[in-house]
Design a protein around this ligand. Structure first.
Ligand SMILES: NC(=O)c1ccc[n+]([C@@H]2O[C@H](COP(=O)([O-])OP(=O)(O)OC[C@H]3O[C@@H](n4cnc5c(N)ncnc54)[C@H](OP(=O)(O)O)[C@@H]3O)[C@@H](O)[C@H]2O)c1
Length: 433
């Protein structure tokens, strides 16, 4: 059969990994798809920066997108340049010209996924984006295909390597948040401006994509309630450990009676739960389906070759569709249906509280009464410290977020409470370790 020709937009970390992996595994890849496959053109901003890469002689590097869009022999375009503009325009133009597209660009897909998928459908071509969530971890296609017989009850992902690295360093090395962030930046796990990672926005984009696929209905970024890890202290991490938990930044989609709740938040994860064992820059996505029960996908959430593995898997999937003349027949996302998003304030789960209180008689009773007024029962209460101030640590039975917010406010107003140091959702069951 004829050769499949591919245009690559971007030759950076991911793009170079794609080109080099295709060279390394060419024989196997071509045997699997039953025909030759070549990246014939690659787009960059500055050609002169790419002399050092050992690329195939027949790969033409260009600074002009038209060289790829106008090349009728190119049937698959891989977008790994990042950003919203001009990536969105390049992808839409490629689709309109009848080219299939693979993208790793979660920022773009979280914002413009439905428009891109609609354009792909209208032009009878494929759009795939396995690498946009979890780097090398297969999760997009498993949700779209292998798990599709399930009603998905819950997705809980550790999908941001930067925050997981920071929280792991705080847990394992006893570092403060600032020290762990500085270490992550030094080792290349965090960017110079880490705001979208530590603030939870990157994870929010990924859970929006996964939810849209798992529930066959779109959600927008605004549907995701987002809280980052900036307020997690070394003390919270230490207390979590003493109570049998590990703190993780979770991106969660949870099916409720009236829709799906979407949230990114730090959580106390019971130390026995498989998500608690996901360390450093690794990622994992835990999915609960009503037939499969629970499954977890784990691996490297970023990096040149792991991400290239996901991108090339999509390219090979499209090559099969080209062989079978079925491109554009099975869209990745619903193009117009919007998911029903439930009110997150009604979502109940156990919570951890840490308060700094005055160390005098009657304080505990006053605090217990505040929780009781909102129907919240205390499972564990520990008082630490013998000075004028004491630290009070509590784990409470499942409570709705609005009740927790009210309790926080009322506690903060009590004379006996110097400060509510933190309140953090507990994931799953209360730990009894
Ligand atoms: N890095 C990872 O581990 C990883 C993992 C999962 C997903 N992703 C996603 O993959 C995408 C690429 O990430 P990356 O880390 O590979 O980025 P990168 O290293 O910064 O590479 C970007 C490449 O795109 C080119 N480029 C950017 N804007 C361009 C423009 N306007 N015109 C022409 N070329 C342009 C750059 O060319 P110049 O060098 O000439 O500017 C460079 O070759 C992003 O969407 C990212 O979110 C990355």
């Amino acid at each position: 059969m004829d050769m499949i020709q591919v245009g690559l937009l971007g030759l950076g970390t991911v793009g170079s990994g794609v080109a080099l992996t295709l060279e390394k595994n060419r024989e196997w890849i071509e045997a699997c798809i039953g025909r030759p496959l070549r990246i014939t053109r690659a787009l960059v901003k500055n050609k002169k920066d790419y002399g050092h890469l050992e690329l195939p002689d027949d790969l033409i590097i260009t600074e002009d997108i038209q060289d790829i869009l106008e090349d009728e022999d190119i049937s698959i375009v891989i977008e790994v340049m990042g950003g919203i503009h001009p990536a969105r325009e390049f992808i839409l133009q490629a689709l309109q010209k009848g080219k299939n597209v693979v993208s790793a660009n979660k920022d773009l897909i979280a914002l413009h996924g439905p428009e891109i998928v609609r354009t792909a459908s209208e032009n009878q071509v494929d759009f795939l984006c396995e690498a946009s969530v979890g780097g090398g971890i297969p999760i997009v296609l498993p949700l779209q295909k292998s798990l599709t017989a399930n009603r998905v009850e819950e997705i809980a992902g550790i999908v941001n390597g930067t925050t997981n690295y920071i929280l792991s360093a705080m847990t394992e090395e006893g570092l403060s948040y600032a020290e762990a962030l500085a270490q992550a930046q030094k080792l290349g796990y965090a960017e110079a401006n880490p705001a979208s990672d530590v603030g939870g926005l990157d994870a929010a984009r990924k859970i929006a994509i996964l939810t849209s696929i798992a529930y066959r209905a779109n959600v927008t970024l605004d549907d995701v309630q987002v809280e980052g890890i900036e307020n997690i202290s070394a003390r919270d991490i230490q207390v979590a450990g003493e109570l049998g938990y590990v703190i993780k930044l979770l991106a969660v989609a949870k099916k409720m009676d009236d829709g799906v709740v979407l949230s990114v938040h730090p959580a106390f994860v019971p130390a026995r739960h498989p998500l608690a064992a996901v360390r450093g820059a690794y990622n994992a996505v835990y999915v609960v389906g009503n037939a499969v029960d629970d499954v977890m996908f784990y691996g490297k959430g970023a990096g040149s070759f792991p991400t290239a593995s996901a991108v090339l898997g999509d390219v090979m999937e499209i090559a099969h569709h080209i062989n079978e003349h079925i491109c554009g027949k099975n869209p990745l996302l619903a193009t117009d249906a919007m998911a029903k998003v439930a009110d997150a304030s009604q979502w109940k789960s156990p919570y951890y509280f840490r308060l700094i209180v005055q160390n005098r008689p009657g304080v505990l009773a006053e605090i217990s009464r505040t929780f009781a007024r909102h129907g919240i029962s205390i499972e564990t209460m520990r008082q630490l410290g013998e000075e004028i101030s004491a630290e009070l640590v509590m784990v409470v039975y499942p409570a709705a977020q609005y009740a927790v917010d009210c309790v926080r406010e009322e506690l903060q107003a009590l004379d006996s409470v110097e400060r509510v140091a933190n309140s953090i959702r507990v994931f799953g069951e209360i730990s009894h370790e």
